[in-house]
Ligand binder design. Structure first.
Ligand code: BGC
Ligand code: BGC
Length: 594
């Protein structure tokens, strides 16, 4: 009955093969189309028999609430059920650290922090909670996990990776996929970005400029994001391909293709790596999805781009805006014979098999009864656990930490009372933002809740306090402003002057100084480290700042271990340079005081 008897996915009662036989070319191409939600009215989902709709980063309803999300997504899903064959839609979004576009959702540490925990079971639980919060809003497809293995910390997507080490990335990536997929109802995981996005070379970024619709020269805005990995195949396989092999073996049914390239060829055009290696050698049975405008980047001529990408093995296309032109162009490519009907049928079969395996033909929506669980105390408790296990203690002179709860502390720094900064990019909006962007507990609030009545906590962001005498203990929270993707490419990696000034002021006003760094990556901290008595790398912990206070005051021990080597000087990037550098790292991979 099924064309591909070796398929590992169970499709239940859905007869995928007979559906494919009934479909017109237009219906097939519709299934292969993924449109961005603001670009497509629900009626067009019906008219064009669209297979998937997505929210990009910040693709939120107004006002942004879990209930409005559920209604928005349901509207598209209902539109798909009005098509001739009633093939259900699959709605996708980036739940890369919780269902992070949704106001009030539980926000987990970004993957770099989860990498510091080395705790696969914890990662599985964070993914399960993310799945429940996605399903509450009717989203059944999560563009996560990134199983990237970043080799250059200047990259703006560094924090989306669990570690610089394949051995750490692989089990955590697998655990995340299992957390989304291994229980009903399932959420489809997307392992991304295939492949070697983390292996790109600084200065090779070649990016389509979405605004002006012109190609930008390498390095104009982005420096490394979407760049080229100039590595040999042995290195590609050992470092970057290995997590995908493990993901496929663990049941991954979706892989997102990278906007980067390998040896000068963009991945979206890479037939060898997509069709021969992933689908052939690895036996991947699910469907591949292109990344945002990834196909448009292949050639100035859109027809050429579409033919190249589909023939390379891309099954679903994240267009994401001009779906009508995409549909017309792919139709033309099939009619001219440049793309075969067999290739189209293969793509559609893969998509429908996954939809059937997810149970969408029986349950075409998520589960709105879960709405009350979005951002629940129970979910936040797991995020808090993830935070306290992710923070890494880099310095602790004379056993300063943990602090007694009776301590008199001064708290300063722009990160101390700043949910947005502790969440980083991919939170509520694509780039993220400072301030009270969503619900949660700031680090300052966490400290206040932990110390209780007896202690005295004073706070000033700038570190200016009225009292003349020096305080016993100062805590400064500084770090990086939120960023996402190539906007975070950064060849400097120093603390800002503002942050350095607050640290200096607090050093002068306090007997003991604790610095907490909020960052998506290791930064150049030599001076701050020397000025501090204790130093904590807290990464981008998300909405539950209480987890930081849990270890500061000894309610829980420090257990986090560095997921990346920590650089000593800027000539220690990328990782290959650090490994050859005579001075060695400031702190090695795996470092972390107890
Ligand atoms: C979207 C993101 C997307 C980006 C691509 C933004 O407008 O919100 O989801 O990744 O564009 O550059
Ligand atoms: C990013 C992907 C993301 C997609 C949709 C792209 O720009 O590279 O990681 O899944 O946008 O938001």
């Amino acid at each position: 009955m099924f064309a591909n008897q070796s398929s590992v996915v169970q499709t239940g009662d859905t007869d995928v093969e007979s559906l494919v036989q009934q479909m017109t070319l237009a219906e097939k191409i519709g299934q292969m189309t993924q449109a961005e939600k603001n670009s497509i009215p629900p009626e067009d989902v019906t008219t064009y028999a669209i297979g998937s709709v997505l929210s990009g980063g910040g693709g939120n309803p107004e006002p942004n609430s879990p209930e409005n999300w559920a209604a928005m997504v349901r509207g598209f899903e209902e539109a798909a059920l009005k098509t001739r064959l009633r093939i259900p839609l699959i709605y996708g979004s980036d739940g890369v650290h919780g269902h992070n576009n949704v106001y009030g959702a539980t926000i987990f540490p970004h993957n770099i922090g989860l990498g510091a925990t080395r705790d696969a079971d914890l990662v599985r639980r964070t993914a399960r909670i993310t799945a429940l919060e996605l399903l509450a809003t009717n989203v059944q497809y999560n563009f996560a996990p990134a199983v990237t293995v970043p080799q250059d910390i200047r990259w703006g997507r560094i924090y989306e990776g669990f570690s610089e080490s394949t051995d750490i990335v692989t089990p955590l990536g697998v655990a995340y996929i299992q957390g989304l997929q291994d229980q009903n109802p399932r959420v489809l995981a997307s392992a991304k970005h295939y492949v070697a996005d983390g292996g790109a070379k600084w200065g090779t970024a070649l990016t389509y400029n979405w605004m002006s619709e012109n190609w930008q020269a390498p390095g104009d805005t982005y420096q490394i994001d979407q760049g080229d990995a100039e590595i040999d195949e042995e290195t590609l396989r050992a470092i970057h391909l290995a997590p995908y092999k493990a993901a496929v073996d663990a049941g991954a049914q979706n892989i997102m293709i990278s906007l980067s390239g390998w040896q000068g060829l963009k991945m979206h055009a890479h037939r060898y790596l997509i069709t021969d290696v992933l689908k052939g050698e690895f036996g991947f049975q699910g469907f591949t999805v292109s990344d945002w405008m990834g196909i448009s980047q292949l050639d100035r001529d859109y027809l050429t781009s579409v033919i190249t990408a589909i023939n390379a093995g891309i099954d679903m296309v994240m267009v994401p805006y001009d779906y009508k032109t995409f549909i017309a162009t792919l139709t033309q490519a099939v009619e001219s014979g440049a793309v075969t009907v067999e290739r189209i049928d293969d793509a559609v079969r893969r998509i429908l098999r996954v939809k059937a395996w997810l149970g969408l033909f029986e349950t075409p929506f998520g589960d709105e009864t879960l709405l009350s669980a979005v951002g629940s105390a129970e979910h936040r408790e797991v995020a808090r656990e993830a935070v306290r296990k992710s923070v890494v203690l880099l310095k602790n002179e004379a056993g300063l930490l943990p602090l007694p709860k009776s301590a008199r502390v001064r708290v300063a720094g722009r990160g101390a009372d700043n949910i947005g900064m502790q969440c980083g990019g991919w939170t509520i909006s694509w780039q993220g933002d400072h301030g009270a962007i969503t619900e949660g507990t700031t680090i300052l609030e966490g400290i206040r809740q932990t110390v209780g009545e007896t202690a005295q906590v004073s706070y000033d962001a700038e570190g200016t306090f009225a009292e003349d005498e020096t305080a016993a203990i100062g805590i400064v929270v500084v770090g990086e402003s939120p960023y996402a993707e190539g906007m975070g490419d950064n060849g400097d990696l120093r603390l800002t002057d503002e942050d350095a000034a607050v640290i200096k002021r607090m050093r002068e006003g306090c007997d003991k100084l604790i610095v907490i760094l909020l960052s998506g990556r290791p930064l150049l901290i030599n001076e701050a480290l020397a000025q501090s008595d204790a130093f904590i790398a807290a990464w981008l912990p998300g909405s539950e700042g209480q987890g930081v206070a849990d270890v500061l005051f000894g309610d829980h021990p420090f257990t986090g271990k560095l997921p990346f080597s920590w650089l000593r000087s800027i000539d220690q990037v990328p990782l290959t340079a650090l490994k050859q550098h005579p001075d060695g790292p400031l702190f090695p991979l795996g470092y972390g005081l107890a």
